[in-house]
Design a protein around this ligand. Structure first.
Ligand code: NI
Length: 226
């Protein structure tokens, strides 16, 4: 499932985050790349232990915890602390698949990367190129959202970032380990949850709402990984 999660950060938060990021020192993005992806990665990253990365990573994590659409779609069990990258001057990231498991730096935690997320922090008009291109069952999808908006896509997808030929593309990226490992099962639960929420608004007293809610939880119970 490829899904837009709008307004994870407000316009004011994006402006504050960008001011902090623009003033920070960046390092070569290959520091977090695996052996294969290092060969195709050409961007800058904020060091994982940089105070700005930690401060804004926490703010993003807190925003996600309150975002109902994100919670319904991702069913998050663990979120990798958000990282930050910047592409400029032709910077790009060739076709790759993300590592299946990520160790969380400075801890004993590991995250299985069921879902990949990119939160855009530059407005589309600030740069040319820089589309996140995701190979989907429907073909390649080129994603470029407004600052503050986020895309979720399956961690299993091949993806790339097109060269940025003008300006700079700043983003946060991270991974989610879901309570439901399989994308197809997670998509089905998300569709059902969306339908139940709509019914709850439109026909709140209909007895089928309770029955359908029961089916949702009983499916989740079959598929959940705890
Ligand atoms: Ni990637």
């Amino acid at each position: 499932m490829l899904l837009k999660i709008p307004q994870v950060l407000t316009a004011e938060q994006v402006a504050q985050c960008r001011a902090a990021l623009d003033a920070a020192d960046w390092v070569d993005g290959r520091v977090t790349a695996g052996y294969q992806s290092a060969k195709v990665k050409n961007n800058e990253q904020l060091a994982e232990d940089h105070p700005v990365a930690q401060q804004w990573g926490d703010i993003i994590s807190q925003a996600l915890a309150r975002h109902m659409l994100f919670r319904s779609a991702a069913l998050p069990a663990k979120i990798y602390p958000p990282l930050f990258n910047r592409y400029s001057g032709g910077g790009n990231f060739g076709l790759h698949v993300d590592n299946a498991v990520r160790d969380v730096r400075g801890s004993r935690h590991r995250v299985r990367t069921d879902i990949s997320a990119t939160l855009f922090l530059s407005q589309p008009e600030e740069y040319d190129g820089g589309e996140l291109v995701i190979e989907d069952t429907y073909g390649a999808q080129a994603i470029k959202f407004a600052a503050g908006d986020m895309v979720l896509y399956p961690g299993t997808s091949l993806h790339r970032v097109n060269p940025v030929t003008r300006g700079a593309r700043v983003a946060s990226f991270f991974w989610v380990q879901s309570l439901v490992r399989e994308d197809a099962q997670r998509s089905l639960l998300f569709d059902m949850d969306t339908a139940i929420q709509r019914l709850t608004v439109n026909v709140p007293d209909h007895p089928s709402v309770v029955q359908l809610t029961g089916v949702y939880h009983n499916l989740l119970r079959r598929w959940v990984d705890v």
